[in-house]
Design a protein around this ligand. Structure first.
Ligand code: MEV
Length: 425
């Protein structure tokens, strides 16, 4: 931009005034300003309170994945994302899993880790022993911060202490192990970590810097499994193809990144729909995938004695139903109602099942006809819309491009002009 990005006092303005300033500072048209002003189901006031410098909203399409059966219960799964094929793929995978009972998912409980970093500790190993001796006092101090959580059975349960050797010398890291109940837990854990910091400085004689939750939520795992009948997935060759695809991801980080991305297509879409912190989910997933020192797939695929395909998924799933957008965003609240989940761990289990379904669908497609055919069909509609097609023209233009195997913006524009002329004639 040519104008200055220093918008003095921008944060103090109303949404409308901020849009005026933005319009002046950029070349946005009235129509473009209108497009970003729309806050959807959020009231402008709520949006303005959720983040800073709000000028409007941003809407994703919301789809419902069907056919999910998880732990012997049926679920309709809301998914918010921009990518075509994902909702259809999840629904299709869930349908195939049903023949063998659907998905079985367990979880390790809603346990998060809060880290307190102590530097300049005169005797790190002795400090570690002293901290562990004061374990009960430290846990008490942490739990005093959240009597409500404690009354519900949650709270700080354990204290871990480790001495790290770092590029800046040894550091003592005290870790609070906190059961966060139905909350994702970042607020509760960060408050606890900050509260115990002065005590930790006093006990260790060191200086505390960071006091923050870890997104490597390896004590908050979901473990999902499903069996896909070989006939249902397209035969032995497809089953073998999926197993080879897994082996490829296991051996090669370049493939593994894409493999895990496919899993996150499902996890993140449900996360967005339900108002979750998806950055935390991504951070947890990829750091967990790297826990051995090598980047590995979050799923495994093999065959059982009948030759059916067996998939497993294991990954952190730090989600919450209380606090955050899950409570303040009306669409997230409606989506959680659609799912009918009663606890954060139930939501985590559903998301694990969706991740496994999504991975299966991607590998199955990749191991057989490839993903582009189905993908391009859906993509062609987006291209048609961006070229100006509306109403019935969207499908007509999309179909023609698919037939011609030319799914391109320039061709869509030509077709929009051609077909709308024909329809008028
Ligand atoms: C596309 O969004 C996801 C896939 O690339 C996943 C995969 O390759 O496994 C299809």
């Amino acid at each position: 931009m040519d104008a200055s990005s220093e918008l003095q006092g921008f944060y103090k303005l109303t949404l409308e005034k901020r849009r005026e300033v933005l319009k002046k500072a950029t070349s946005l048209t009235d129509e473009e300003i209108k497009a970003l002003a729309n806050t959807g189901s959020l009231s402008p006031e709520t949006a303005d309170h959720m983040i800073e410098n709000v000028v409007g909203g941003y809407t994703y399409p919301l789809g419902i994945a069907t056919n999910f059966r998880i732990n012997e219960r049926d679920y309709l799964v809301p998914m918010a994302l921009e990518e075509p094929s994902v909702v259809a793929a999840a629904s299709n995978a869930a349908k195939m899993a049903r023949a063998k009972g659907g998905f079985t998912v367990t979880n390790t409980g809603p346990v998060m880790i809060g880290q307190v970093q102590v530097v300049n500790v005169p005797e790190p190993e002795a400090a570690k022993a002293k901290l562990l001796k004061k374990r009960a006092d430290l846990l008490q101090k942490a739990n005093d911060q959240d009597p409500m959580l404690v009354s519900l059975g949650g709270g700080a349960k354990e204290l871990n202490v480790k001495v790290l050797s770092t590029v800046k010398g040894p550091m003592v890291i005290a870790e609070l192990i906190v059961n966060t109940g139905d909350a994702m837990g970042a607020n509760a854990v960060n408050t606890m970590a900050e509260a115990v910091a002065p005590m930790i400085e006093e006990i260790t004689g060191g200086r505390v810097f960071l006091r923050i939750i870890s997104n490597l939520a390896d004590r908050r795992l979901v473990k999902a499994t499903a069996v896909f009948e070989k006939e249902a997935v397209g035969g032995e060759d497809v089953v073998d193809g999926v197993v080879y695809a897994y082996a490829f991801a296991d051996a090669d980080p370049y493939r593994c990144a894409t493999h895990n991305k496919g899993i996150m297509n499902g996890v993140v879409a449900v996360g967005i729909a339900c108002g979750q912190d998806i950055r935390a989910l991504e951070a947890g997933a990829h750091s967990y995938a790297s826990r051995s020192g090598k980047y590995k797939p979050l799923t495994t695929w093999g065959k059982n004695k009948d030759g059916d395909l067996v998939g497993t998924l294991e990954m952190p799933m730090a989600v919450g139903l209380v606090g955050g957008a899950a409570k303040t965003h009306p669409t997230a609240r409606a989506d959680i109602k659609i799912l009918g989940v009663k606890t954060a761990t139930e939501l985590a289990e559903v998301m694990g099942a969706v991740g496994l379904a999504q991975n299966f669908a991607a590998l199955r497609a990749l191991a057989s006809e490839g993903i582009q055919r189905g993908h391009m069909k859906l993509h062609s509609r987006n291209v048609a819309i961006s070229a100006g097609a509306t109403g019935v023209l969207v499908d007509l233009v999309a179909m023609r491009m698919v037939e011609e195997k030319k799914i391109r913006f320039d061709r869509a524009k030509e077709l929009v002009a051609e077909l709308s002329k024909e329809r008028k004639a």
